[in-house]
Design a binder for this molecule. Structure first.
Ligand code: ZN
Length: 183
C-alpha cells in the first residue's frame, strides 16, 4: 500500500484554524462517550428500589443504546429490551435506561454489555428472573471489515425463570417483537 503524506492540511480542504481545535473536541467527545466509567450502576439502583406486590413481567423495551466497541473504538448502536419478574421489589422505571447508559458509555463488547445489565438487576432486586436482549449494528462491520450494511447482532442474557421457563422467555420475546411504534 502506497504511503500518502499530506504536508499542508489546506490541501485537504481543512484550515489550520479548524483543525487546531479538533484535538480538544475529540477529547471532550470521548470524555462524554466514555462517561459510564464515572458512575456506579449498583449505587444507581440502590437508591431506586421499591417494595411492591406486583409479580407480573415488567418490560422496558426499545431503549436506544450507543456504545463503542473495545476492539476498534468504533460505535455500535441499537436497541435494548429489558424484562424482569419481581419478587417483592421493583426498580424505578426510569432507572433502567440510566443503567443501560452507564454500561454502554464504556468500551464494550455487545455480549458483555448484555450480561452486565442482566446481572446488575439480578443482584440488586433478586427478582424471579431477568431477560435482556440487545439488537445492534456495528460500524466496525459496516465501515470496514466485512462491510455488511444491514446485518445486526442480537445477544441475550436470561437469568432465573427466564432461563428455566420456556413460557416466560417466549412471552418476553413475543412482547418485544410486537412493535408499538410501527418500526
Ligand atoms: Zn469492533
Amino acid at each position: 500500500m502506497g504511503k500518502t503524506f499530506v504536508e499542508n492540511p489546506t490541501l485537504t480542504g481543512a484550515s489550520f484554524e479548524d483543525l487546531a481545535l479538533t484535538p480538544n473536541r475529540v477529547h471532550r467527545a470521548y470524555e462524554y462517550l466514555l462517561k459510564g466509567y464515572q458512575e456506579d450502576p449498583e449505587a444507581l439502583l440502590r437508591n431506586a428500589l421499591f417494595t411492591c406486590t406486583y409479580d407480573e413481567m415488567v418490560i422496558v423495551k426499545d431503549v436506544e443504546m450507543f456504545s463503542l466497541c473495545e476492539h476498534h473504538m468504533l460505535p455500535f448502536f441499537g436497541k435494548v429490551h429489558v424484562a424482569y419478574i419481581p419478587n417483592g421489589k421493583v426498580i424505578g422505571l426510569s432507572k433502567i435506561p440510566r443503567l443501560i447508559e452507564i454500561f454502554s458509555r464504556r468500551l464494550q463488547i455487545q455480549e458483555r454489555l448484555t450480561t452486565q445489565i442482566a446481572e446488575t438487576i439480578q443482584k440488586s432486586i433478586e427478582p424471579q428472573g431477568v431477560g435482556v436482549v440487545i439488537e445492534a449494528r456495528h460500524l466496525c462491520m459496516m465501515m470496514r471489515g466485512v462491510e455488511k450494511q444491514h446485518s445486526a447482532a442480537v445477544t441475550s442474557s436470561m437469568l432465573g425463570c427466564f432461563r428455566d421457563e420456556q413460557e416466560t422467555r417466549t412471552e418476553f420475546l413475543s412482547l418485544i417483537r410486537n412493535r408499538t411504534n410501527g418500526a
